[in-house]
Write a new protein. Structure first.
Length: 184
C-alpha cells in the first residue's frame, strides 16, 4: 500500500481517504466514483462552477448551499453530496479536484489497478491513450489507469510517472541535457 500511504500524507489525500473508507464501508465505491467523475467533468465544463470551487470570495456557507443545490442536477449520490458539503463547510472547497484524483487512485488500487500520471504537450486522442495503456499494462504487469494532464511547457514528447518510476521523454528535458553536455 505504498501509494495509499503517499496519498494519505497530503490534505486532499486525507479527505479522499476518509471518503474512500466511508464508501468502502457502505459498499458504494463505484457510485461515489461516478459522482466524483461527474463533479470533475462539471469543473472542466463550467467556468462558473470552477470559480465557485476555487474562489476565496465565496463564503463557506454560500459554497455549501451552492454545492447542495447543484448535487441533484449533477446526479450525485448522497455520500458525495454530503462530502462536498463538508469540504465547503471546512473551507476546503479548493481541494475538490485533488480529492477527486486521490479518490480515483485509491479506488483503482482497491480494484488491483495502478495509476500512471501522464503529461504531454497536447491532449492524447483515444487511440494514443489505448496504445499507451497497453504498453504500461505490459510494463506494470497489471491494469493501468491513466491520469492525463497537458503541459505545453514540455514542448513535446511525454512524461510518465508509474509508481516510483518516472520516464521523461519530453523535448524540454532532452534540450536541457543537450545544453548541459555542450557546456562541458
Amino acid at each position: 500500500m505504498e501509494t495509499s500511504g503517499g496519498i494519505r500524507a497530503s490534505l486532499a489525500g486525507r479527505y479522499a481517504s476518509a471518503l474512500f473508507d466511508l464508501a468502502r464501508d457502505r459498499r458504494q465505491i463505484d457510485s461515489v466514483g461516478r459522482s466524483l467523475d461527474a463533479l470533475s467533468q462539471a469543473l472542466a465544463d463550467s467556468k462558473d462552477f470552477s470559480e465557485l470551487a476555487t474562489s476565496p470570495l465565496v463564503s463557506r456557507e454560500q459554497a455549501g448551499d451552492a454545492f447542495a443545490a447543484l448535487a441533484p442536477q449533477l446526479g450525485l449520490d448522497p455520500i458525495t453530496t454530503n462530502f462536498i458539503g463538508v469540504l465547503a463547510r471546512n473551507g476546503r472547497k479548493g481541494q475538490l479536484q485533488p480529492v477527486i484524483r486521490a479518490f480515483g487512485r485509491l479506488a483503482a488500487e482497491h480494484r488491483g489497478e495502478t495509476t500512471a500520471e501522464v503529461v504531454t504537450a497536447r491532449p492524447l486522442n483515444d487511440d494514443q491513450l489505448a496504445a499507451l495503456k497497453q504498453q504500461l499494462r505490459t510494463r506494470a504487469g497489471r491494469d493501468v489507469n491513466i491520469d492525463a494532464a497537458v503541459d505545453p511547457s514540455i514542448l513535446g514528447g511525454i512524461v510518465v510517472k508509474l509508481g516510483s518510476q518516472q520516464i521523461d521523454a519530453s523535448i524540454r528535458t532532452k534540450l536541457n541535457r543537450l545544453a548541459s553536455a555542450m557546456k562541458g
